[in-house]
Write a new protein. Structure first.
Length: 306
């Protein structure tokens, strides 16, 4: 009986020790094997196994990698009533530091990305060369809120979003270039050049990804949902779009343009050509009229002199 009691006591002590060393990653729920070390919660990112510091934001590349893990289609298991959101999600290749590799591939199709993991070239074969990971220096987050009887208070809105970005996403305030309100659109500009960012600063691409997930109701935080409340009134957003501006211009060809944009270009070209044709024909007709008038005047002149 005593050996049994000793074994049970040992198991309890081990369990207590494990409980003391375990922790919850408050800033990333897509992790495993969390442990407490010197007051810091460290966990392994799902899909990559890279160890992440839960006191700060996890890189977007590792978050996308985790999201693509866990189902036959590559995406997380969804409720049966859920529908697919075309948000550009893919299974990325990440460096050991957590940043995106400059070249991303899906089978034999490859493309180059920026530091936000967004495609910046046409898709090509595996021979594609991506010489460097181009930095995204400017991220524009544009939101449209639901129709309201009165516009929002601009100063309250600016205060809420600036405090949210600095406190919730840990971004230094100097990287928030502006918060603009043009009813019903809210635009947030995040700017961070490579020369400005230190190793301790979170990346604006990671901030934008966390924010976008928050406003779309798929928060990456553990039991910490973002409530957008301006002057104690909940704000309902209808649409959120994120735009990226890189330090080097993207390299897209005409092949990558959407059919709608191509159609617009074709219409403009046809209109210009039509205008030129009309101008030429008009000038030709005018020339004929002038020649006819001169001929008639000459004939009248000869008749008077006869």
């Amino acid at each position: 009986m005593k050996p049994f009691c000793g074994a049970a006591l040992l198991l309890l002590l081990c369990a207590a020790a494990c409980a003391q060393n375990s922790c919850i990653c408050q800033k990333n729920k897509r992790v495993t094997n969390c442990r407490l070390d010197s007051g810091v919660c460290w966990c392994d990112a799902v899909g990559s196994g890279v160890t992440v510091n839960c006191n700060t934001l996890t890189s977007k590349c590792l978050l996308m990698k985790a999201e693509m893990t866990g189902s036959k289609s590559g995406r997380r298991e969804k409720p049966k009533d859920a529908f697919e959101d075309i948000d550009g999600l893919y299974d990325p290749e990440c460096e050991n530091t957590g940043v995106f590799k400059a070249k991303q591939c899906n089978g034999t199709t490859c493309w180059c990305v920026n530091t936000a993991g967004v495609r910046r070239t046409d898709k090509q074969d595996a021979d594609l060369k991506c010489n460097e990971l181009v930095r995204t220096r400017w991220i524009i987050i544009e939101m449209k809120h639901a129709e309201r009887d009165t516009p929002l208070n601009t100063e309250s809105l600016k205060k809420f979003f600036k405090e949210t970005i600095t406190n919730r996403y840990m971004l230094d305030g100097r990287y928030i270039s502006s918060v603009l309100y043009e009813n019903p659109y809210i635009t947030i500009d995040l700017k961070q050049n490579s020369s400005e960012k230190s190793s301790r600063d979170v990346d604006i691409a990671d901030v934008a990804y966390y924010f976008e997930k928050d406003v779309k109701g798929d928060s990456l935080f553990h039991n910490n949902i973002l409530n957008i409340s301006i002057d104690n009134e909940m704000l309902k957003l209808e649409k959120t779009v994120v735009y990226y501006v890189d330090e080097i211009a993207p390299e897209f060809s005409m092949k990558s343009l959407t059919p709608g944009l191509i159609a617009v270009i074709v219409v403009i070209v046809i209109a210009v050509v039509a205008a030129i044709v009309v101008l030429v024909l008009t000038r030709r007709r005018k020339g004929k009229y002038v020649k006819a008038e001169v001929k008639e005047m000459n004939e009248m002149h000869r008749g008077l002199n006869a």
